[in-house]
Design a protein around this ligand. Structure first.
Ligand code: DOR
Length: 478
């Protein structure tokens, strides 16, 4: 008997690279049959008539907060938001409070995730103040080290090539992937002055001025500098491993910097782009500009178009959410006082399917960018990001609907603000059902699952939740 049958839908066939009609059978956390008989003996029968059945989206860049910032988001609310938006695996960033740069904090962070997560969760750490901690962090199972070039989490001076170069060398020696937020070191005070000057002298809107303060040149120069230091740390080797990952590419100049590097060192760099850097622009009108404040900033429309094209042609390998929740009280203040970032996960798959689809991306490219490439990046390519017999049953069923603006007051995230709502951007898809490791988490748009231990570590989920028992509706043992 199957645990779950997803009947009458069209699933994305990874070989034919297109939708194919077929029923999907799930048992013990895995896909066990494709094209089986409908109405097969099963505990749960999900109707996918008229819907598409895709691998669950994998998000390599999300902020779950928790720890001292659980008023902004927790693993529970953030992973519910993920499931709501069609994401079955996410990896979370270390700019928590306190920063997840020390083994003890990372252990606490993971312990919270272990009991509270509705989807699979992996972790990056920040660069530790004591570099002897790197092997310990690796052993704890972090998926990489995140470097914020604009401001180090631990107070190290990233403006100094010797300091950043040494840190990069230590990470390379530890054999951990590097994820970088490119830029140059900024202070809030200098940013504020530059921003006010631009508003006054050039008659820019707040979002246009912010894009100039954190300029595309800074982004591109940061990429070139970071990759140069990584190459030097590897002795100038083209085969520098692990690969450097460039976060939230936002501009044509950044894309050029990546292309230039790829031409010299093929395979040495991967990159991600967010829905907002493809579909929103600092030239758009928002109800409240501060809600759309984010880093990298929203750029002029021509940059957003370049970012979309780069995802389509594979220069930018994958899409990621950069879900960055803040409270409405924090965001609905004068532009300069608002923190950067906004929630994305609740509307993630609908935004991507609609935005990329409307701009002419075939489903093939969407699945590659949202499922296959992130799975490969995380070393999960054989088991996740794909619907095939023997793969993990991480599945999203989505249906085309009449265009509607996603409403932030329907979010599962604690952060209920949205630049998409503020700009009146419509989606034409909704997420209907979501299965995570064989557990039904979303049924007809409603959350029905339970939290469980779904931690990703060293390329696998540590404890498949249904191992040894439990029900496919409601998850298994923690
Ligand atoms: O806008 C942003 N917000 N960019 C980042 O890199 C960090 C994020 C956050 O943590 O809020």
């Amino acid at each position: 008997m199957l645990d779950i049958a997803i009947d009458h839908g069209s699933y994305f066939d990874p070989v034919r690279r297109e939708l194919v009609k077929g029923n999907i059978g799930i048992k013990n956390g895995q896909v066990v049959s494709i094209n089986g008989k409908d109405g097969a003996d099963c505990e749960i029968d999900l109707d996918a008539t008229g819907a598409i059945v895709l691998p669950g989206f994998i998000d390599v860049h999300a902020h779950m907060r928790d720890l001292e910032q659980s008023y902004k988001e927790t693993f529970a609310s953030g992973t519910k938001a993920a499931v709501h938006g069609g994401v079955t695996t996410l990896v979370c960033m270390p700019n928590t409070r306190p920063a997840a740069s020390r083994p003890s904090i990372v252990a606490d962070y993971m312990a919270r995730a272990r009991v509270a997560s509705y989807c699979n969760v992996g972790f990056y750490c920040g660069y530790p103040l004591d570099d002897r901690d790197l092997p310990v962090l690796k052993e704890q199972g972090v998926a990489g080290v995140k470097v914020y070039m604009e401001r180090s989490l631990g107070g190290l001076d990233w403006a100094d090539d010797a300091v950043l170069g040494t840190a990069v060398r230590h990470v390379v020696e530890a054999g951990l992937p590097l994820h970088v937020h490119p830029g140059i070191v900024h202070t809030k005070e200098a940013d504020g002055l530059a921003y006010l000057q631009l508003l006054q002298d050039e008659n820019l809107t707040p979002l246009q001025a912010y894009s100039r303060v954190h300029s595309d040149a800074m982004e591109a120069d940061g990429i070139a500098r970071f990759l140069g230091l990584t190459s030097a740390a590897c002795g100038g080797e083209a085969s520098c491993k692990p690969v450097v990952h460039i976060c939230h590419v936002s501009s044509a100049r950044a894309i050029q910097a990546i292309q230039g590097w790829r031409a010299r060192f093929p395979g040495a760099v991967t990159a991600e782009a967010t829905p907002h850097h493809m579909f929103l622009s600092c030239d758009d009108r928002f109800e409240k500009d501060a809600v759309a404040k984010v880093l990298q900033p929203l750029r002029p429309r021509s940059d957003a178009e370049a970012v979309f094209r780069a995802v389509l042609d594979g220069t930018v390998d994958m899409v990621a959410s950069d879900h960055a929740p803040h409270t409405a009280d924090e965001k609905l203040v004068p532009f300069l006082d608002a923190p950067s970032g906004f929630p994305v996960l609740d509307a993630y798959a609908p935004l991507v399917l609609t935005g990329m689809g409307k701009r002419g991306a075939p489903l093939d490219s969407i699945v590659r960018a949202c499922c296959e490439a992130p799975a490969a990046k995380l070393g999960l390519g054989a088991s996740k990001g794909i619907i095939k017999k023997g793969a993990d049953a991480d599945i999203v069923v989505a249906r085309k609907v009449d265009p509607r603006v996603p409403r932030a007051d329907e979010y599962q995230s604690q952060s209920r603000i949205s630049p998409y709502e503020g700009a009146g951007v419509e989606v034409e898809w909704e997420v209907v059902h979501v299965v995570v490791n064989g557990d039904l988490q979303l049924e007809n748009g409603l959350l029905v699952g339970q939290p469980a231990n779904r931690l990703l570590s060293k390329g696998r989920v540590r404890a498949p939740p249904r191992a040894g028992g439990g029900s496919p509706r409601g998850g298994g043992k923690t």
